[in-house]
Design a protein around this ligand. Sequence first.
Ligand code: GLN
Length: 547
Amino acid sequence: MSKFIFVTGGVSSSLGKGLTASSLGRLLKQRGLRITMCKLDPYINVDPGTMNPGEHGEVYVTDDGGETDLDLGHYERFIDESLNRNSNTTTGSIYSSVIAKERRGDYLGKTVQVIPHVTDEIKERIKRLAREDVDVVIVEIGGTVGDIEIVPFVEAIRQFRRDVGRDNVCYVHLTLVPYLAPSGEQKTKPTQHSVTELRSRGIQPDVIVCRSDQPISDALKRKISLLCDVPVQAVISAVDAPSIYEIPLAMHDEGLDSIVCDILKIDINERPIDLTSWEALVYRVEHLEETVQIGIVGKYVNMPDAYLSIVESLRHAGFDHRAAVEFVWIDAEMVPSEIESEHLERLDGLIIPGGFGERGIEGMIAAAKIAREQEIPLLGICLGMQVMVVETARDLAMMSGANSTEFDRLTEYPVIDLMADQADISDLGGTMRLGAYPAMLVPGSVVATLYGAEVVSERHRHRYEFNSRFKTRLEEAGLVCSGSSPDGRLVEFVERPEHPFFVGTQAHPEFKSRPDRPHPLFQGLVVASRGRRAGREPRLLNLDTVR
Ligand code: GLN
């Protein structure tokens, strides 16, 4: 039977519940337990697919095409297990199934209410994750205890312990212990209030994780223990870490995984922890010798979380090549006039990330042109690849005004377009290519060499595609189509073999990079960027150094 850990948060949002939950997941995995994770989000959107990344951060995509909260990215990067669309549930999706059941008559004429119908639906979603091959399900509840929207979720997880038995549930509560400079003290009152709020909903936390900028002293731990009625070992100090990948080791030193195992009656002597590989990773993280500066030319640059997986993927690649990646955010809307060649030329490498809508497009096209002409390493991701194609069409293949029909429906040269079977859709909902698709790479190409494989699988989230009608003309202009769908219809990768690194992919490789298994395309970009920084001649990408 699976055990369940519920992670709630109090006092403030953005305390790092997702990272705490993920770190705990990794520690338990290193004890040989089989883990899965899930996020319950109290907002009313059915999934985050429709939410503005500038407000909510990136939409993370799972192999099965789920459009999910960005915390699932942290989960996958930390526990290194593939999650799926069921790993993220929102109030909107709960209500839409409850209402569908009501319409079908499933409730047999009963009055449909938050308790028990909505809470049952929530519990059902959690129980679904408890499969034969899962020892522990870690469930993070989004938002903060005390929010109006969170109440049904807190009620559901309260009932849960009764349903599955005391020893099968552990409640972990994350709070903030602020340091007040005038009094020179760390304050426990917000923690006390937040625990009181949780208790008023019937949940007594088993473990309290205290976020703070300085370690929590033993005396303070005793105070929290006394006032919040948890054993002193269950008060965990979680200090800001220089790198998120150091958090699991810090949490282990604080005894988080042991106390959780104790509560869940998992015998830690039978399950000794092996942290060797994670320690080796942290060693690499802490011993970066050089810096590379990578520019990200996008439109959500005021909200770096909109590009979270790209940022992490670049860091991962840096860990393997002893390079700390410094990010330079370039607002695509400033350009083309202000994306000056000299500004970009100072950078070691560039990424043009994914995106939707016209805003900033011309700036991205200008950046692609500069990268091509000035031999700046460039990785184009999804929209970024489309931009590389448009730029080649306009500047090298004599297709003036070439564009994606997303931005110019009437262009004479629709080099990026909807597929014929999509062309007459009026409702764009549900028409995206989502989730994992295989691609065949051209032997000997830059991408095939980087991947070290000729068949790869990557996750997608887009509606428009490379228009194969223009393939020959674009190839004649030097843009090689180096990967395609197995049936040959869709172009998945493009590259410019004569350039130090000019690679575009229609997919989102950033969702598959792991801290200890950096993605080959990001490695390629980091190695080429390092080479540029070292001031070597162009053609510096020595593929042997990547693999
Ligand atoms: N807007 C483009 C499309 O729909 C690219 C999407 C993306 O970058 N994720 O095809």
